[in-house]
Design a protein around this ligand. Structure first.
Ligand code: A3P
Ligand code: MG
Ligand code: MG
Length: 398
């Protein structure tokens, strides 16, 4: 474990990178590490102007999309939030509201979670990246790791090159990306409705196609922050929830994740899709999202079919599909228990390897980034955290 600090001293020593865990060295069967059903702690919205608000104003409700919807519709009106470093600050604001840093646990009115008991705080995307690392053979992954009062704070760190790439997508890639958001618009409404008829989202002079839920603005998001436990480690995870089916009752059972994927035309496509399901699975699993609605589309963005998947059934579904294609397909099966066990061991390793600055001030000088260098603005983290840069790289030849 080392940091790739931007100061010259660190660079001259050369960053030490971690390779993704190798499937070859995993014990079989993997140790069993239980994952507790997530419980929501708090939710918040990003408004169309991307202002953080502790309310449900950006919550959307599921509505089945119309057949053959055109996912390219409204592309030129897409309000696209620039890609930036997804900092942990707004998650921490939410955590501040539900935890008691002193650990007294009593404020007379509402019992708060004792932050001292929490092992890890992170966005869902980071935890998904760690969990799926045993099967990652392509993309490098960098994260900032901070340890404050016994709690690990994990934050994805996109490199300059990654940010540049995301902000300069080729028109074709940009369009593909838009299809996913257009599918969300076709699948959602702003208000829960018992009626099977979807009310037009906005009154406008323009005639939108049936089922269109309003123009895409990627500033807008609704996020749920949940508490859960991996083995004996309490974890707080925040993530975007695409919509709820029916009402939001403060529980995860009505959460729905929306996804698009290319229509499956043969075995090769099927195998590719099953591989993708690993990410769909953990992304949803971590927030307790029980249902994933997948829209299958043509390359030009016509919605062909929609399939509803039960998150917890995905591992078995993939196992059975692969088995039905014969023993040669065993390599395409992913094992979520292996991922959970690896993640647990990795978090334990991080905790052992990282020391808080007050324990060992020389280590802070030598190996970690300052909060300033890592652009950490959150008041607690900025004053007390040393930031460790952890980088995973694919195996050579992978
Ligand atoms: P699809 O998932 O339908 O492809 P999410 O599924 O996580 O709710 O994200 C919604 C959409 O954001 C995605 O739609 C995709 O268009 C875009 N998106 C999310 N993560 C992305 C990534 N890592 N790279 C490119 N696009 C991404
Ligand atoms: Mg989403
Ligand atoms: Mg989605």
């Amino acid at each position: 474990l080392d940091s790739t600090a931007t100061n010259s001293k660190a660079i001259s020593r050369g960053p030490k990178l971690l390779s993704y865990p190798s499937l070859a060295t995993q014990s079989s069967p993997p140790q069993s590490v239980p994952f507790q059903q997530p419980t929501p702690l708090i939710s918040f919205s990003y408004t169309p102007e991307h202002i953080l608000q502790f309310d449900e104003s950006s919550l959307k409700y599921y509505h089945p999309p119309p057949p053959n919807a055109q996912l390219g519709y409204g592309y030129e009106r897409w309000i696209r939030r620039p890609e930036e470093r997804s900092r942990i600050d707004s998650l921490l604001e939410a955590v501040d509201r539900v935890t008691d840093p002193e650990g007294t646990g009593k404020d007379g009115r509402q019992r708060k979670l004792d932050l001292g008991d929490v092992g890890v705080v992170a966005w869902r995307g980071v935890v998904t990246r760690i969990l799926t690392a045993p099967y990652e053979d392509r993309d490098r992954f960098d994260m900032n790791v901070m340890l404050v009062n016994g709690t690990l704070y994990l934050e994805e760190h996109r490199t300059e090159a990654q940010l540049k790439e995301k902000n300069n997508l080729k028109p074709q890639q940009r369009k593909m990306m838009y299809h996913g958001y257009a599918f969300e618009s076709y699948c959602t409404t702003d208000t829960p409705s018992a009626s099977s008829l979807k009310q037009p989202a906005i009154s406008q002079s323009r005639r939108d196609p049936p089922g269109w839920g309003g123009d895409v603005n990627t500033n807008e998001q609704w996020c749920s922050v949940v508490r859960t436990k991996l083995g004996n480690t309490k974890i707080i995870i925040g993530g975007e929830v695409d919509c709820v089916q029916g009402q939001y009752k403060g529980t995860t059972d009505t959460f729905v994740e929306l996804k698009t994927s290319m229509s499956i035309r043969g075995v090769a496509d099927e195998i590719k899709f099953e591989k993708k399901l690993l990410k769909f699975y953990f992304q949803s699993f971590l927030l307790g999202v029980p249902k994933i609605v997948v829209g299958f589309r043509t390359p030009s963005g016509e919605l062909m079919t929609t399939q509803s998947l039960q998150t917890i059934q995905l591992p078995r579904m993939v196992r059975e599909k692969a088995a039905s294609r014969g023993p040669s397909d065993a390599n395409n099966i992913w094992n979520p228990s292996l991922c959970l066990a690896w993640c647990y061991n990795f978090l334990t390793y991080l905790r052992k390897s990282i020391r808080e600055p007050e324990d060992d001030p020389t280590k802070k000088e030598d190996k970690s980034l300052s909060a300033e260098e890592a652009n950490i603005e959150h008041p607690t983290l900025a004053t007390s955290a040393a930031v460790w840069r952890v980088t995973f790289v694919p195996h050579e030849g992978a």
